[in-house]
Design a protein around this ligand. Structure first.
Ligand code: OXD
Ligand code: MN
Length: 591
């Protein structure tokens, strides 16, 4: 037996000694295994079958009401030195962290089955892919990992070949928020997660492995693990350009990844291909370009707001073989969430009847029917726009990288960074209003560099330096842009229609890549002139377009001074090149 399988067997036995499961089940990823698990969860109430006619093989899971999102305040990066985790992470010394969480794991699987899930992040035969094994006592986690990763026998065979794997130990514990931790030990390639069954805390291949641990590995190995969608844009000439885009959680990455071109663009022959909606691993190729894969095999998307208008591709892929978590249901047992124009919810995400406000015995129902962070889990193969190149072992070459936040004021619809260093500053100074994807206040503007604030497994200052290091003489790096779909006018309404019409902005971006569009140089970057963007048929007035493309110098001076203070908060480790770049923008704004 290979040494990695020996190590795996030994670790499984060690964990079993600690957690004391009644049974150990090695997952092979087969259909029969999946059917048996579904039957089990239907019998325990972990899953509820949805309408078999309209939603065949679709199930609803209702989580504990206090376990509905990522818990950033309980998420730790445990490097030997606190400076290596950086001010962007919560830190505990590894020995102390192990002791604290192992005390919770002790005996926690008594009466339960421990599932061993070998998984591969990325196409099984891609050199960019990496494997892991998750040990969990949650069949719901197994069912989700089966959709979100390449799980089972093929992954185990690759682990044997690779000789190493990321170790993830998970238990739902008592689902008690006071006994909940998500801990990462990057130097040991180990994750320990206790007390939550929620996706980002419990499907360890996703945020814990593919972002926190992988970002740490990527730094030492010369690649990047990013919180980015990857989308292919095919123009009427049949050329496809790939774009990776970073947005904070619940800011429309899934919608952008599955965008349907506006009518005129469809007629002209534009097509959009989805590679991934959340995570991008990219590495320099022999040709100097950055090549990207989506390490995931499925989508764990936010349900509310998904509709035939906002994301027809997503809606269409959700009517079979999907798991819904914390959505509402209709009288005929269909899933329902806010933003769906049809259907009336009768039961909310907690299984409570939605009272008729006219019914004196039942009182009015308060709050949304579906939880604002309710989710669907579905295989990427079910998406009509899923790219045939998503499985290419070498990945796809990137033409552009786009950063974007949710900013109701100041930040224009789109601007282009002058060069890579400026682009890294643009990414590093991203800010966005918080959303329901994490517990805590919603709508508060915070710095979220490269949308990695909750996910970077090491000190952001070192991460910025790592980004800068890709600018080598032979490199043919993608151009970097910043977008803001969320700009509001004085009346409080969004100025830009968003969704499919975002292709209009991507068209300008790709024209800048091939040198066929003009731009107007400003201190914050290069912007389109009003006439450079195709807004035909949108009914956007000249004033609105001006507002979308304006650079408010006073506002930006203030923003740049905040960016300077933010960079300084990382102390001496902040790369000088970023500080110089920030200063040169300040000078230009003052000039
Ligand atoms: C997600 C998140 O689930 O970013 O993708 O929270
Ligand atoms: Mn995400």
């Amino acid at each position: 037996m290979s040494s990695s399988l020996d190590a795996l067997n030994q670790w499984v036995l060690e964990v079993a000694r600690l957690t004391q499961p009644d049974r150990i089940h090695w997952c092979d990823g087969s259909d029969s295994e999946s059917r048996a698990l579904t039957e089990l969860m239907l019998s325990t109430g972990d899953l509820i079958a949805l309408n078999p006619e309209t939603y065949p093989d679709c199930y609803l899971h209702r989580s504990s009401p206090s376990d509905v999102a990522r818990v950033e305040h309980l998420t730790f990066v445990c490097t030997p030195e606190p400076e290596d985790a950086g001010p962007n992470n919560h830190w505990t010394a590894p020995a102390e962290a192990h002791a604290k969480i192992d005390a919770l794991f002790a005996g926690c699987m008594r009466g339960r089955t421990m599932y061993v899930i070998p998984y591969c992040m990325g196409p099984i035969d891609s050199p960019i892919s990496r494997c892991g094994v998750e040990l969990t006592d949650s069949p719901y986690v197994v069912a989700n990992m089966r959709i979100m990763t390449r799980m089972g026998a093929a992954a185990l065979a690759r682990i044997e070949r690779d000789g190493s794997f990321v170790k993830g130990l998970h238990s739902t514990g008592e689902l008690d928020p006071d006994r909940r931790f998500i801990m990462h030990f990057p130097e040991e390639l180990t994750i320990k997660s206790y007390g939550s069954g929620y996706g980002g805390n419990a499907l360890l291949g996703k945020k814990c492995h593919a972002l926190r641990i992988a970002s740490y590995q990527a730094r030492t190995e010369g690649w990047l693990a990013e919180h980015m969608l990857i989308v292919g844009i095919e123009n009427p000439q049949g050329e496809t350009h790939y774009v990776a885009a970073a947005f904070p959680s619940a800011c429309g990455k899934t919608n952008l990844a599955m965008l349907i071109p506006p009518e005129g663009y469809l007629k002209a022959g534009w097509k959009v291909w989805t590679i991934g909606d959340d995570i991008c691993w990219m590495t320099p190729g022999a040709d100097g370009r950055l090549w990207a894969i989506n390490p995931e095999a499925g989508f764990f998307g936010v349900a509310p707001g998904t509709s035939a208008k906002t994301n027809p591709n997503a809606l269409a892929m959700l009517d079979h073989d999907a798991i819904f978590t914390n959505v509402a249901v209709t009288a005929d047992n269909r899933p329902w969430w806010e933003g769906l124009p049809d259907g009336v919810p009768v039961t909310d995400w907690q299984g409570r009847p939605i009272a008729d406000s006219d019914d004196p015995n039942n009182g009015p129902h308060n709050g949304p029917a579906a939880h604002p962070n309710s989710r669907f889990t579905v295989s990427a193969n079910q998406c009509a726009s899923f790219s045939p190149h998503a499985e290419d072992p070498q990945g796809v070459p990137l033409s552009a990288i786009v950063f974007g936040g949710r900013r109701e004021s100041l930040v224009p619809l789109v601007f282009e960074a002058r060069d890579w260093t400026h682009g890294v500053l643009v990414g590093a100074s991203m800010a966005s209003e918080t959303t329901a994807a994490a517990t805590g206040a919603v709508g508060v503007v915070r710095r979220d560099p490269m949308a990695m604030k909750p996910f970077c497994g090491y000190n952001f200052a070192d991460y910025f330096a790592h980004w800068l290091s890709f600018d080598k003489p032979a490199a043919k790096l993608p151009k970097i842009f910043h977008v803001n779909w969320f700009r509001k006018g004085e009346n409080g309404k969004f100025l830009w229609p968003g969704f499919g019409d975002n292709l209009r902005v991507l068209e300008w971006i790709l024209k800048r890549v091939d040198g066929s569009a003009d731009a107007h140089e400003t201190p914050i970057g290069n912007l389109p002139q009003a006439g450079d963007l195709n807004v035909e048929g949108l009914g956007i007035g000249a004033d609105e377009l001006d507002a979308l493309l304006a650079v408010d110098r006073a506002g930006w001076k203030h923003e740049l001074s905040e960016i300077g203070a933010y960079l300084d908060s990382y102390g001496a480790r902040t790369p000088d090149a970023l500080k110089r770049e920030q200063q040169s923008i300040v000078d230009a704004l003052n000039g």
